[in-house]
Ligand binder design. Structure first.
Ligand SMILES: C[S@@+](CC[C@H](N)C(=O)[O-])C[C@H]1O[C@@H](n2cnc3c(N)ncnc32)[C@H](O)[C@@H]1O
Length: 384
């Protein structure tokens, strides 16, 4: 059951999307539907005011589970910083601001604070929360933190990083049939949203044939998705990085595993109040809609954007490579209860059945050639 305010918000969001569908002649490709559901001004999931992260929100993320995640990311940043002069960090999609706070606290302990910590986030509401959290936890560092409306234009050295942002980029959905490829979109059936397939345009049909070559053996009606925006978006948010590293964390797979025949309905995952579903047509404006990341596409995008793909590994191996066990000891000090709590959190971050294998870390380098501890234990680049 929705409370009154949520029901009213969702009704406004639904009506807005229905008007857009009507204006487009009764059908919108899923990519446009997902964009509206997540980003329609004031109404989309990320543009509206819902809490989103943490226990009282819809889903939880690695930085929300434990400060150990941010501590390890900070160690990886510190390693890169040693090779650079006056480095800065650009974080994209900073959520509650916890990752930023944990990274900055650990870098301060190491005496390696960045010149600037910029945050680029589409959500005005989350930006306010980030500001409040950082003002509470790190008031003396706040002058280094800035919120951007677009990627920096001036070239800078340092790090671009994002945890669980790529999975929110709108994806196109397709259906594979012997007679041709269809694009899944959304129409109206008795005033409710309904899936409607239409013949795909030639660009989409060609893109799907490439995916078929990777996955192979699809049945009639096999449906999945891909993210046409990944190359342009990643290029846009990393283009001003002159020298340094780009760190991506997200759940996903190399292309040939992503498009295996048995995954015949794609990877859409929706989150509403910690309930997971695969139906993006409900709770519009109230639920998060995500798709798994095709890491092969991300690797291709890195080369197109002028970077070297320097590492690809699981979240568990990334954290282990950076010494999460030592971080646990340091963070707990002599407090055995705190150590036990941290050990429990580390299990959630690292166990294969939890986040350890599903979540991956990828790093791109520009102007640098150096080993990176987070990527040394397990190199999965050959799987891409
Ligand atoms: C799933 S949350 C992850 C938050 C945080 N990184 C974490 O791990 O807890 C996605 C974040 O990305 C932001 N976001 C979504 N799409 C974005 C985009 N296209 N550009 C910048 N930020 C975006 C959201 O507002 C939110 O802060």
């Amino acid at each position: 059951m929705l409370d009154e305010a949520s029901a009213a918000h969702s009704a406004r969001a639904r009506n807005y999307v229905k008007d857009q569908i009507a204006a487009a002649g009764g059908w919108l490709g899923f990519e446009q539907f997902m964009e509206l559901a997540l980003y329609a001004p004031g109404l989309g999931y990320y543009s509206g005011g819902a809490q989103k992260l943490g226990m009282g929100g819809d889903f939880t993320t690695a930085p929300e589970i434990s400060s150990l995640f941010g501590r390890c990311v900070a160690l990886q940043c510190a390693e890169v910083f040693r090779a650079l002069h006056a480095p800065s960090i650009l974080e994209i999609g900073a959520g509650s601001g916890r990752l930023a706070a944990d990274i900055l606290m650990r870098l301060e302990e190491l005496g390696q604070l960045p010149e600037n910590y910029w945050i680029l986030d589409v959500s005005a509401d989350l930006r306010e929360r980030q500001r409040a959290l950082l003002a509470e936890r790190l008031p003396h560092v706040l002058q280094r933190v800035g919120w951007l409306d677009r990627p920096p234009e001036e070239p800078f050295d340092g790090i671009v990083l994002a945890n669980e942002v790529l999975d929110a980029l709108p994806v196109a959905r397709f259906r594979w049939r012997a007679s041709g490829v269809d694009e899944w979109g959304v129409g109206l059936d008795d005033k409710d949203f309904a899936w409607v397939a239409r013949p795909a345009n030639p660009a989409m049909a060609q893109a799907c044939r490439r995916l078929y070559e990777a996955g192979g053996g699809w049945d009639e009606g096999y449906s999945s998705e891909y993210c046409p925006r990944t190359p342009a978006w990643t290029r846009a948010v990393t283009q001003s990085l002159r020298s340094g590293a780009v760190l991506w964390f997200d759940y996903g797979l190399p292309r040939d595993e992503y498009y295996l025949p048995e995954r015949h309905d794609g990877t859409l995952v929706c989150h509403y109040r910690h309930r997971v579903s695969s139906d993006p047509l409900v709770h519009v404006g109230l639920q998060d809609i995500t798709a798994w990341v095709d890491f092969t596409l991300l690797a291709e995008a890195s080369r197109e954007a002028g970077f070297e793909l320097a590492g690809f590994t699981t979240q568990a191996h990334f954290l282990a490579g950076l010494g999460i066990d030592r971080e646990m000891r340091l963070a707990a000090g002599d407090d055995e209860n705190r150590f036990a709590r941290l050990a429990n959190q580390a299990r959630q971050l690292m166990l294969p059945g939890e986040m350890g294998e599903r979540f991956k870390a990828m790093v791109w380098l520009r102007g640098l050639d150096m080993p990176l501890s987070g990527f040394e234990l397990l190199d999965l680049r050959h799987t891409l």
